[in-house]
Design a protein. Structure first.
Lengths: 111, 113
C-alpha cells in the first residue's frame, strides 16, 4: 500500500515552460488536494477535488490548473512557469472526515 | 481570509524536558484541529487531532489542549527526545468546502543534548 505518491520529486524549469505534477493515491479516497509550501511558511491550498471529474479553487489558484479524470489521480499543471512558483508542492487525499494522508512532496525551482 | 498562526517561530528545549508549542486561530467556525510534524524534506506527518467538542486529548507523549474561548491551541510533548526536532504546524478546518486545512506558519523545535 503506497498511500500518496507524487512524481516527480524534483524539477527545475525555465521561466515560461510548462509542466504537470502527478499525484496518485491507492486508497480509493474521494477527496484530493494540492498545497504549496514556501520557505518558513505553512502549506497553502491551491486546488482541490471532491471526487472524480470535479475540481475547485483553493486559496492560491492563480497560475495553476488541475484535472481529476480518474479517481486515483490528481494532476497539477503549470502552463507558463514563473519564479514565484518556486516552492515545494504537496498532494493530500482524504476519505474519512478526519483522515488526511500527505505525499512526500515535489520540489520545483523556476529559474 | 482567516488563517491559523503560531506565537513562536522557534523553540529550543533540553532533551528530557517538556515542550509546549502554541497556536492561535481566528476562524470561529473551525471545528477540527490537527497538529503535524514535518521533518526536513518530508511531508507533514499526523501527530494528534482534536475536535471542537473536546478541550483536551492525549496521545503517546503528546497532549493537545483547545481553548475555544480565546481561540488557542497547544501541543505538549513530554520528555522531548532528539527525534522530536522538526517543524510543527497546527491546522484547522471547518465543515464545508471539502474540509480544507488552513495551516499556521510553523514552529521549529530544536532539542538540545
Amino acid at each position: 500500500n503506497a498511500g500518496v505518491t507524487q512524481t516527480p520529486k524534483f524539477r527545475v524549469l525555465k521561466t515560461g515552460q510548462s509542466m504537470t505534477l502527478l499525484c496518485a493515491q491507492d486508497m480509493n479516497h474521494e477527496y484530493m488536494y494540492w498545497y504549496r509550501q514556501d520557505p518558513g511558511m505553512g502549506l497553502r491550498l491551491i486546488h482541490y477535488s471532491v471526487g472524480e471529474g470535479t475540481t475547485a479553487k483553493g486559496e492560491v489558484p492563480d497560475g495553476y490548473n488541475v484535472s481529476r479524470l480518474k479517481k486515483q489521480n490528481f494532476l497539477l499543471g503549470l502552463e507558463s512557469a514563473a519564479p514565484s512558483q518556486t516552492s515545494v508542492y504537496f498532494c493530500a487525499s482524504r476519505q474519512k472526515v478526519y483522515g488526511y494522508t500527505f505525499g512526500s512532496g515535489t520540489r520545483l525551482t523556476v529559474v | 481570509g482567516e488563517s491559523v498562526g503560531l506565537h513562536l517561530p522557534t523553540l529550543s528545549v533540553q532533551e528530557g524536558d517538556n515542550s509546549i508549542i502554541n497556536c492561535a486561530y481566528s476562524n470561529s467556525a473551525s471545528d477540527y484541529f490537527i497538529w503535524y510534524k514535518q521533518e526536513s524534506g518530508k511531508g507533514p506527518q499526523f501527530i494528534i487531532d482534536i475536535r471542537s467538542n473536546m478541550d483536551k486529548r492525549q496521545g503517546q507523549r503528546v497532549t493537545v489542549l483547545l481553548n475555544k474561548t480565546v481561540k488557542h491551541l497547544s501541543l505538549q510533548i513530554a520528555a522531548t527526545q532528539p527525534g522530536d526536532s522538526a517543524v510543527y504546524f497546527c491546522a484547522e478546518s471547518s465543515s464545508g468546502s471539502a474540509r480544507q486545512l488552513t495551516f499556521g506558519s510553523g514552529t521549529q523545535l530544536t532539542v538540545l543534548p
